[in-house]
Design a protein around this ligand. Structure first.
Ligand code: AGP
Length: 614
């Protein structure tokens, strides 16, 4: 997610803002900028790349002294990472500067409205649209705070907005919806930050803004209202974290923080991708529908966790589109002289967008005439840049080496692709697609339900900390979940962990079942007896041979409960969508077991976040 800083007080606003942005660097970003109010004007600078690039610009061309300023580190969602798309964005008249974190879902229609009014956009961002709307209000005589309230009433989606008005020195206004913002209360100075890390070195007195709230800060006041301008409740609290803990929002690991960010990551990845009637709009897919209709085969490539996301996708995409779908390890695909061509759509899944095996694979596929669609979490990285089309996940930066929110949003993006192809090829009726989209809209809350019940899994990890081996079983879309659960444990706890298709047990793996061997089993939802009952049989088989069965199943699954030494209840979801909830307890288990073993969860031994060598 982007980093935001605001300041009003006697210090140099530029220094306070830039230092605050540096404290937010851990959030990941690809450009940075500042805007100050000085001498009745907005003075601003912004630059692609790291903060050092911005500081070089500021050194070469210093901004005037000011005690009122805002700043931003951008994690690109709409629009490539470059100088023009960097924040702050100025209004048409140059009187207002704005920074933004989030996604404005209805920015396209607002943009058209402004263009009809003769305003020319300079960037590809949704943020610039808001800057112009805000400037138009202020230019027409509105106070900046009233102008922000008016504009917020027109926005759909998630946003933290922070703005300054050249004619209102000493004031910074901000608003938030589904995106965090905290106020830092100093002595004769006040701060704004996307999290407390931005100002913790200046003050530990903070106020967390609530949903649909606005705040105005001056050097010696702070006022919180709702979007209607009515005074709103806001509680001052003391931040007792150190800077490092503050950067993890109080969690012990970035990975644990990112596990808990998954409901938001799913919601952000869904934002702006469906119309009122439930149909999909994937406007960043730059392959014409006519070409998609001619696709005869899909090959999904990726590595590690991304590969497992592709395996989940196969079940869904084939079911919805009836297009044959193969899933391959990028490192194998690249060197086996695969048969692909113009009728093949190659889907490359990569959180970082820089994985060498996957990059080499898409280059090969394109040489063979295939169109390549990237599913990626890093805007402007190499793989989506070289691909013919992209579906960005909006998980925000994933700092922990072990992928969590990256995986869940990859799976979600694959579902969106499958539904979009079904829509384009008319292999599913509109109401069927709308029904799946409606269920996907409930997934953030369902993942939150799993997170709220995590204590049972945390206790389990402590119990199994000394086990040398753990197995994971699953069927259908639960099979890749078993593989992902095993990979998480390998990566973090450095113990033997293996995932199997439950139906494979009798073909060999059952020989390793031993007394008290922990075996996780992902059980499909009830009602699909063919899958559900056979999985229950598998659990009986391994329990009969002494295994300790940890069963992930629907909470009311009475059929499986008698065979579960431990029952982890899951929310009721469709079989194809179950990976979104079933994976989460396995992430929590691996993270906690590694913590109990004293391992560095965020930087596991021998691993890198992005494998940029083959
Ligand atoms: C996942 O926990 C691992 N860190 C690793 O398997 C990762 O998924 C793989 O290297 C692919 O990375 P990418 O998604 O950035 O391409």
């Amino acid at each position: 997610m982007c980093g935001i800083v605001g300041y009003v007080g006697p210090q140099s606003a530029q220094n306070v803002v830039v230092d605050g942005l540096r404290r937010l660097e851990y959030r990941g970003y690809d450009s940075a900028g500042v805007a100050l109010v000085a001498d009745g004007k907005i003075a601003s600078a912004k630059k692609e790349g790291k903060l050092a690039n911005l500081e070089a610009v500021l050194a070469a061309d210093p901004l005037p002294t000011s005690g009122t300023g805002i700043g931003h580190t951008r994690w690109a969602t709409h629009g490539a990472p470059n100088d023009v798309n960097a924040h702050p964005h100025l209004s048409d008249s140059g009187r207002v500067a704005l920074v933004h974190n989030g996604i404005i879902e209805n920015f396209a229609s607002l943009r058209s409205e402004l263009e009809v009014d003769g305003i020319t956009m300079t960037s590809e961002t949704d943020t610039e649209v808001v800057a112009h709307l805000l400037g138009r209000e202020v230019d027409n005589g509105a106070d900046i705070a009233d102008a922000l309230r008016t504009v917020c009433g027109r926005l759909e989606g998630a946003f933290t907005l922070v703005a300054v008005d050249a004619q209102a020195p000493g004031r910074v206004v901000a608003a938030r919806r589904n995106s965090p913002l905290v106020v830092g209360l100093g002595d004769g100075e006040n701060f704004l930050g996307s999290d407390v890390a931005a100002f913790i070195e200046h003050t530990r007195q903070a106020v967390e803004l609530g949903q649909d709230q606005m705040v105005e800060i001056t050097a010696d006041s702070w006022t919180v209202t709702d979007f209607a301008g009515q005074p709103a409740e806001a509680t001052v609290y003391h931040v007792d974290w150190d800077l490092s803990a503050a950067q993890k929002d109080g969690f012990d690991w970035f990975m644990r923080k990112e596990i808990h960010e998954q409901p938001r990551a799913l919601a952000d990845t869904l934002l702006g991708r469906h119309a009122e009637d439930g149909s999909l709009t994937l406007d960043e897919i730059r392959i014409p529908a006519s070409e998609l209709r001619s696709i005869q085969r899909i090959v999904i490539i990726g590595c590690g966790t991304a590969h497992y996301a592709g395996m989940v996708a196969k079940y869904a995409i084939e079911h919805w589109t009836r297009i044959p779908c193969e899933v391959e390890l990028a490192s194998e695909f690249r060197y086996r002289d695969p048969i692909v061509g113009p009728q093949t759509l190659v889907v490359a899944i990569s959180q970082s967008g820089e994985t060498a095996d996957t990059l080499m694979a898409i280059r090969y596929a394109q040489e063979q005439g295939s169109k390549v669609l990237a599913i990626c979490n890093t805007n402007g990285s190499t793989i989506p840049r070289e691909a013919d089309a992209v579906i960005y996940t909006h998980a925000g930066p994933e700092i922990g080496v072990a992928s969590t929110k990256g995986f869940l949003t990859q799976v979600l993006a694959c579902y969106l692709l499958g539904l979009y192809l079904a829509q384009v090829k008319n292999t599913k009726f509109g109401d069927e697609i709308a029904a799946v989209m409606a269920e996907l809209q409930t997934m953030p809350d369902k993942v939150q339900e799993v997170l709220d019940a995590q204590q049972q899994v945390l206790d389990l990890a402590a119990e199994f900390a000394d086990n040398p081996s753990v197995l994971f079983l699953g069927r259908h879309a639960g099979y890749p979940v078993a593989l992902e659960g095993a990979l998480k444990l390998k990566e973090l706890a450095y113990i033997h962990a293996e995932g199997f298709a439950a139906g494979e047990l009798k073909h060999g793996p059952i020989a390793v079942i031993d007394q008290d061997l922990p075996v996780f089993v992902v059980v499909p939802p009830q009602g699909r007896d063919m899958l559900h009952d056979k999985t229950v049989s598998n659990i009986q088989e391994i329990r009969a041979r002494g295994a300790k069965t940890i069963v992930l199943a629907e909470a009311d699954d009475d059929k499986v409960a008698p065979y579960a030494d431990v029952m982890i209840g899951l929310p009721k979801v469709s079989t194809l969508l179950q990976p979104l909830v079933a994976t989460v307890p396995l992430q929590i288990f691996a993270c906690e077991l590694a913590t109990v073993k004293g391992h560095d969860v965020d930087q596991p031994r021998n691993l890198a976040k992005s494998v940029t060598v083959e």
